[in-house]
Design a protein around this ligand. Structure first.
Ligand code: ATP
Ligand code: MG
Length: 315
C-alpha cells in the first residue's frame, strides 16, 4: 500500500553530478594518460540518490538543496523531478557552480575526486517552514560533506522530533578521516543510524562492529550497518543479525548504500519488521549496482517485491 501524503520524507541535502569513467586498464598516474571503456554523466550525491530511490519505491520525498545555475544543475534537477521528487525547495545558486564528482571506477573499486561547489552553501536557514508541512520523517546523508548544514544538523533533528517526526542519518565518509566527535550529538537525536563499515568503525571507535552497534544504540535507536558485498549487520532484539547481499552482476557500486537507505526506509516507514526492512535494503543496494551510476538501475516497488521474493522467499 503506498504511504499517504502524511508520510513525506524531508531531505535537506547535497546534489551533485557524477562523471563516471569506468573500466580502466591501469589506474591513472601523474603525467600519464589512460583510456576507459565507458563514460556517464549522471545524478550523483548520497542525499539525491537516496531521494530518487525513495521516490522510485513510491514514497513521497521533498528535497531542500542548492545547485548552480548551470547545465549540470539542470541535469540533476531533471532526474530528480523525473523520478517524482518534490524539488520546489531546491535553489539555484547564482555565484557557485553545481558540485561534481569524477569517479574513476572498475567493478572492483573506484577513486573519487569531488568539487563540492554549491553543496557547502546549504544551511539550516535554507529549510523554510513550508518545507516541513506534511513531513513525517527527516533524513540527512553526507554529514561530513555538507559543511554549511553540519553545525545545524542537531538543531534540525530537534525540530523534527518536536514535530513528532522520526529521524535518520547516514553519515557518509569523513574526507579528513578524523571522524569529528560532534557527529555523536547528531547520532544521539536519531531513530535510525545508517553507516557503512568504515563509518561504523570511525564513529563507533572500535574495530569490532558488534561493539560499535551496541555503543551507538540507546534510547530505542536502531543502528544498521552496510557491509558492501557482505550485506548488512544490525542488532535485532539485542542480538547480531547478518543479512547477506544478494548476488547480482555488479557493474558499479556507486550509490549502493544510498539505495540501501531508500529500500530500508521505505519498509521502515511502512512499519515492517526490522529484518524485512534490512532485506529490502540489501535488495535495493544490490539492484542499484547492476549499471553505471547511482540511480540508473534503482528498483521500483514491483521489481523490489519480485527480487525480494526470489532472494528471501515469501510473497
Ligand atoms: N558487490 C555487491 N554485491 C551485492 N550487493 C552489494 C554490493 N555492494 C554493495 N551492495 C549492497 O549495497 C549495500 C550498501 O553497500 P555499501 O556497504 O557499499 O554502502 P556504502 O559504502 O554506504 O555505499 P555508497 O555510500 O557508495 O552508496 C550493501 O549492504 C549491499 O546490500
Ligand atoms: Mg554510503
Amino acid at each position: 500500500m503506498p504511504p499517504s501524503t502524511q508520510s513525506i520524507v524531508l531531505i535537506p541535502g547535497e546534489i551533485n553530478l557524477d562523471l563516471i569513467l569506468h573500466g580502466f586498464n591501469a589506474f591513472p598516474a601523474l603525467g600519464r594518460e589512460v583510456l576507459v571503456d565507458e563514460c556517464l554523466a549522471t545524478l550523483g550525491s548520497a542525499s539525491a540518490i537516496t531521494a530518487v530511490g525513495l521516490a522510485r519505491l513510491g514514497v513521497p520525498v521533498r528535497f531542500v538543496g542548492k545547485i548552480g545555475a548551470d547545465v549540470w544543475g539542470d541535469q540533476c534537477l531533471e532526474t530528480m523531478r523525473g523520478a517524482g521528487v518534490d524539488s520546489t525547495f531546491v535553489e539555484r545558486s547564482v555565484g557557485t557552480r553545481t558540485g561534481v564528482t569524477v569517479a574513476i571506477s572498475s567493478t572492483a573499486d573506484r577513486a573519487l575526486v569531488t568539487y563540492p561547489g554549491a553543496i557547502a552553501e546549504l544551511t539550516a536557514a535554507d529549510v523554510p517552514s513550508a518545507a516541513w508541512d506534511g513531513a513525517a520523517h527527516l533524513h540527512v546523508s553526507s554529514y561530513y560533506l555538507q559543511e554549511g548544514l553540519r553545525p545545524s544538523v542537531p538543531e534540525l533533528f530537534r525540530r523534527a522530533r518536536e514535530r513528532g517526526m522520526t529521524v535518520s542519518l547516514d553519515p557518509g565518509g569523513d574526507p579528513t578521516g578524523h571522524w569529528r566527535g560532534d557527529v555523536r550529538e547528531a547520532v544521539g537525536l536519531t531513530d535510525l543510524f545508517l553507516p557503512n563499515a568504515v563509518e561504523l568503525e570511525g564513529i563507533g571507535g572500535d574495530a569490532d562492529p558488534v561493539r560499535c552497534l551496541t555503543a551507538l544504540e540507546a534510547e530505542g535507536r536502531q543502528v544498521v550497518a552496510k557491509l558492501g558485498a557482505r550485506g548488512s549487520l544490525a542488532l535485532v532484539n539485542g542480538r547480531p543479525e547478518s543479512v547477506p547481499a544478494p548476488a547480482v552482476g555488479v557493474v558499479d557500486t556507486t550509490g549502493a548504500g544510498d539505495s540501501f537507505n531508500a529500500g530500508f526506509l521505505a519498509a521502515w516507514l511502512g512499519r515492517r519488521a526490522l529484518v524485512d526492512c534490512i532485506r529490502d535494503g540489501v535488495c535495493c543496494g544490490a539492484l542499484a549496482t547492476r549499471g553505471l551510476g547511482g540511480t540508473t538501475t534503482q528498483a521500483d516497488a514491483d521489481e523490489l517485491a519480485a527480487f525480494r521474493a526470489a532472494c528471501f522467499g515469501g510473497e
